[in-house]
Design a protein around this ligand. Structure first.
Ligand SMILES: *Cc1c(COP(=O)(O)O)cnc(C)c1O
Length: 417
């Protein structure tokens, strides 16, 4: 375990969380390089013998240092904006290992991605396809595309992260898709390359994948029978982890076995877009107890980290692990509502959480924070933007500095009137 206790002290690899907090200040995100790579290797090993490109979903953790290590380890990238595309390129991903998804690509976005020479546009609507054709033609370039198919399966996940049901804004409905491929085949500047799906995030069982893969397989066969070239099958991401225990909800091996069973001998290159399952377990948000507040029948543990630093609990009702940085086996345990200092009732991390008794100034780690953590952080309540640190063995490096209040004030300008 790259993140765990050694001699009663929480460690990220060989460094104690307490020392890291001392060095980098509180709160801060800390990632384990070894755990990030272990998570990637689980996919790579399970994909042995398959022509599969593991494209890290950059939105889960877009820090350049994290992207750089995935790029160096042989991953590709899945981006959902040109900002992410620029990050991926800056971090060293070859353009021909980058796929670009997203429902709202502008003309400027498309031009930038076309000029960069990305592997594939995942197209989400007919007007997007027409616009891409115009932009590519104007530039004298060709866009390699897959149509994102909405397989209309219920991923059984939180409503805010389900994307594969008919009522979601993503992809093209199952019924319309052949017609869209026919249009794509006619349009100048467009080259049909494959098919694409992504049914949601934090999916904790294989059944929705099974249903969606079956539909994709039938679709690929139908499209090929219609004379379309299908060279890539992009299966999206979405594999969940179990919060708060940090285990994989579904083993990567079982997931890849399902992939293999459906697509191994189709002669197509497979693209996978995992985000959370690569990064979540590799990060913690380190912070400190500010106050222990006694309420009627409740004890609040007020941390110096808040919803602006880690939004998932407030946004999705997610419950992350909360680990004391220092274990004191002799201490009694206590039930706490663990909350942040932001002026929002939703600024809670965990209600009724049993923890060893903690005192102001003592440190805690919020676990499974490597994905959808720092990327969603904001300066809400004019709080400093939380920094990020990468650990490798006994070494640590600040990979994004804290954006302090003075700097934030300088972003604003007073008008003349
Ligand atoms: C968010 C997203 C992913 C990654 O999802 P995870 O649940 O983090 O694996 C992959 N593909 C697309 C298109 C996405 O929007």
């Amino acid at each position: 375990m790259a993140i765990g206790y050694q001699q009663q002290q929480l460690h990220i690899e060989q460094l104690s969380a307490q020392d890291l907090l001392q060095q980098y200040g509180s709160p801060c995100y800390v990632y384990s390089k070894a755990q990030l790579l272990t998570n990637l290797q689980a996919y790579q090993q399970a994909a042995t013998g398959l022509d599969a490109l593991i494209c890290f979903a950059v939105k889960a953790n877009s820090n350049l240092a994290v992207l750089q290590l995935f790029a160096a380890a042989g991953a590709g990238a899945d981006v959902v904006s040109v900002g992410e595309l620029q990050r991926a390129l800056a971090a060293g991903f070859a353009a021909n290992r980058i796929v670009y998804s997203g429902v709202g690509k502008t003309k400027t976005d498309m031009a930038l991605a076309l000029k960069a020479g990305i592997l594939q546009f995942n197209v989400e609507s007919i007007p997007e396809l027409q616009r891409l054709s115009e932009v590519a033609t104007a530039l004298g370039l060709e866009a390699a595309i897959a149509i994102r198919v909405n397989p209309d399966v219920d991923a059984g996940t939180h409503e805010k992260i389900a994307t594969g049901k008919a009522e979601n804004k993503f992809g093209i409905s199952w019924q319309q898709v052949e017609q869209v491929y026919a249009l794509a085949a006619e349009l100048p500047g467009i080259r049909i390359q494959g098919v694409d799906m992504h049914i949601g995030s934090q999916i904790t069982d294989l059944a929705p994948y099974q249903a969606a893969f079956q539909r994709m397989l039938e679709l690929v066969e139908r499209l090929q029978a219609l004379g379309h070239t299908i060279d890539t099958i992009d299966l999206g991401g979405g594999l969940g982890i179990l919060y708060p225990d940090a285990r994989q909800a579904v083993s990567i091996d079982d997931y890849m076995a399902l992939v293999r069973q459906h697509f191994a001998n189709k002669g197509c290159r497979l693209i996978l877009e995992p985000g959370r399952s690569l990064a979540a377990t590799a990060g913690v948000l380190l912070c400190q107890v500010e106050y222990v507040k006694q309420g009627p029948g409740k004890t609040f543990l007020i941390l110096d980290a808040a919803m602006n630093d880690l939004l998932r609990p407030a946004m999705y009702g997610a419950v992350h692990a909360i680990w004391p940085v220092q274990l004191h086996p002799e201490r009694a345990s206590q039930r706490y509502d663990v909350v942040g200092p932001v002026c929002e009732t939703g600024d809670t991390f965990s209600m009724g959480q049993t923890l060893p008794e903690l005192a102001p100034g003592e440190a805690v780690a919020i676990g499974q924070a490597g994905a959808y953590g720092a990327v969603m952080a904001s300066c809400y309540n004019t709080r400093a933007l939380v920094p990020e640190v990468l650990v490798s063995g006994q070494q640590s490096a600040l990979v994004r500095r804290r954006i302090e209040i003075e700097e934030q004030l300088s972003w604003d300008q007073m008008p003349d009137f």
